[in-house]
Design a protein around this ligand. Structure first.
Ligand SMILES: Nc1ncnc2c1ncn2[C@@H]1O[C@H](COP(=O)(O)OP(=O)(O)OP(=O)(O)O)[C@@H](O)[C@H]1O
Ligand SMILES: Nc1ccn([C@H]2C[C@H](O)[C@@H](COP(=O)(O)O)O2)c(=O)n1
Length: 234
């Protein structure tokens, strides 16, 4: 059996704060080992986009809760070309805008929104496993709620300064301080909400990526995945 065979049906769960490198790492690992990829943050962003597009006050949890079932959110899990659609419309660009980023923590704190999206995320994971494909899933509650039984569980971190520098470079802003403040704002909301807050648990391997290149981080995670695959084969 090859290393790839050991990874068949594997679930790699990655959590961590904003800008720690979850999406880039998850995509790189999925590409390296021919796995599927699920960006759960994009699902919360897609739901938020729909709420804003329909004029819903996202600070009104009851209003959000009443409408969560309305949009049809679909995720494409090819790590080289992930997609996100709402009611058939490609919203990949819109969900990265300031309005959605400013409102997504409020929507993701609504229990009905979480229940719905966690259910959908588990369905995507099961579909991948039925096809014998493994999947890398990243977000804030993957190791704790969505897939706590995953054989590989990681908590990615990086210093606030490193995360702000990386994100500023990505969005081409020189205002690193403002970027750092926005990351801190979202981390605080995501870690302090009542339902499924971002939490680091003892059974998830912490990976501090501050001094590491993206390729180095991907290499470390691939190694962990291969070791878990070999243990599954033994
Ligand atoms: N180890 C690394 N070294 C340098 N840059 C990195 C590293 N990891 C990720 N990056 C870069 O940092 C930026 C943020 O990474 P990414 O979007 O993967 O983080 P994230 O944790 O998924 O963020 P969010 O939770 O906000 O979606 C990207 O531009 C990415 O290319
Ligand atoms: N599993 C998840 C994934 C994401 N969220 C929330 C919290 C984030 O601020 C927001 C956007 O995620 P990002 O695109 O920055 O990864 O979505 C969550 O609550 N649970």
């Amino acid at each position: 059996m090859s290393v790839q065979d050991g990874n068949q049906g594997i679930v790699i769960a990655i959590d961590g704060p904003s800008g720690s490198g979850k999406s880039s790492t998850a995509k790189g690992v999925a590409r390296a080992r021919d796995l599927r990829y699920l960006d759960t943050g994009a699902m919360y962003r897609a739901l938020t986009w729909w709420m804003l597009d329909h004029g819903v006050d996202v600070e009104d949890a009851a209003a959000v809760a009443a409408l969560v079932e309305q949009p049809v959110i679909e995720m494409g899990t090819d790590p080289s070309a992930p997609t996100v659609t709402v009611d058939g419309r490609d919203v990949a660009a819109e969900i990265r805008g300031k309005d959605v980023t400013g409102s997504v923590s409020a929507v993701s704190a609504v229990p009905e929104a979480r229940a719905l999206l966690v259910r959908t995320q588990r369905e995507v994971i099961e579909a991948a496993r039925r096809e014998s494909a493994g999947i890398v899933v990243e977000g804030r509650d993957i190791t704790t709620v969505v897939a706590p039984e995953a054989p590989v569980k990681l908590f990615l971190t990086a210093s606030p300064e490193a995360r702000a520098m990386r994100r500023s470079k990505e969005v081409r802003t020189s205002d690193v301080a403002a970027t750092q403040a926005d990351l801190a704002r979202r981390d605080k909301l995501d870690s302090s909400r009542a339902h499924s807050p971002l939490t680091q648990t003892a059974d998830a391997t912490e990976l501090d990526t501050t001094g590491l290149s993206l390729d180095e981080v991907i290499g470390l995670v691939v190694k962990l995945a291969d070791e878990a695959g070999q243990a599954r084969q033994a």
